[in-house]
Design a protein around this ligand. Structure first.
Ligand code: ADP
Ligand code: MG
Length: 266
């Protein structure tokens, strides 16, 4: 199925109608709200993300995009509603348990340790290695080493293996943060504004990387940069005032009057 067909299929058998279907969706939000001091930051009737889908979420500032990530990753408990992942209700699981289940998150500011090399940053991100600060060098198995090198190769950081992270470009830091996320092989990747502050060529490479990762992961990308979103050529969900305002291809949502107004209105 191409993108247009997939979106048509999604709309025809809309998640609002079909409700949760484990077969169709890796992640599903049902009647989810997040209320802060009486203010509804998030109000989603139904949102389904398919297996191995790359979904882009856009929306003006304050639309609730980060809150959506917080709710999925367990950082924020929804006020009402349920979040399902792989058919399991994860609404009341802790952030740590949700991460262990296979949801990885890259924050807007990448968590990279400046004084460690690219390789050391990867070592530290190996599952179960967070407590090994004291003997960082003692504990990488041949298998883990292979995996680190394979991922660094894939994101174009193999030559920077021994470079301290502080000398990496902004784009390379973003790729290192994404790389350390994939080390634990999450099924779902939440990527918050990966193109923020990148050069055009770095933005292009980031889009290529995400499209490549889609083969093995389901990915939700939160993004502001419209050129970047166009390069991803994926299903777009527009959030506004906590609600889903439109869904479709980038071309479709860009022509949507409500969307235009919401963007211009601020
Ligand atoms: P976006 O990422 O789309 O810019 P956010 O999800 O960060 O939007 O925020 C949506 C709204 O919810 C904003 O008005 C923000 O101030 C509010 N909000 C988010 N998190 C909290 C919180 N922990 N406490 C109070 N208000 C919050
Ligand atoms: Mg945000």
């Amino acid at each position: 199925m191409n993108l247009e067909e997939r979106i048509a299929d999604y709309k025809l058998d809309s998640p609002r109608v079909s409700r949760f279907s484990e077969e169709r969706f890796l992640l599903f939000l049902e009647d989810v709200t997040a209320v802060f001091d009486g203010f509804k930051a998030l109000d989603i009737e139904a949102l389904g993300i398919g297996h191995n889908e790359l979904r882009v979420i856009i929306g003006p500032n304050g639309a609730g995009k980060t809150t959506l990530c917080d709710v999925v990753s367990g950082k924020t408990r929804p006020t009402t509603g349920n979040v399902y992942f792989q058919g399991k209700d994860i609404t009341h699981e802790t952030e740590t348990d949700i991460a262990l289940m296979g949801i990885g998150r890259k924050f807007q500011t990448p968590a990279v340790f400046d004084s460690l090399t690219t390789y050391q940053n990867m070592e530290l991100a190996l599952p179960g290695h967070q407590r090994l600060w004291s003997n960082l060098y003692a504990s990488v198995t041949a298998e883990e080493n292979d995996r680190i090198l394979e991922i660094l190769e894939r994101v174009g950081l193999a030559d920077e293996s021994d470079t301290e992270a502080k000398y990496l470009s902004h784009g390379q830091r973003q790729w290192l943060a994404i790389s350390s996320l994939i080390l634990s092989n999450p099924k779902l990747l939440l990527v918050d504004e990966p193109a923020a502050g990148l050069t055009d060529s770095e933005t292009e490479l980031t889009a290529e990387l995400l499209l490549e990762l889609k083969d093995d992961h389901t990915i939700i990308v939160i993004e502001h940069d419209m050129d970047f979103v166009r390069q991803l050529n994926s299903f777009v969900t527009v959030l506004n005032e906590g609600k889903i305002m439109a869904e479709g291809t980038m071309e479709e949502v860009q022509e949507n009057e409500e969307v235009i107004e919401a963007y211009l209105g601020r």
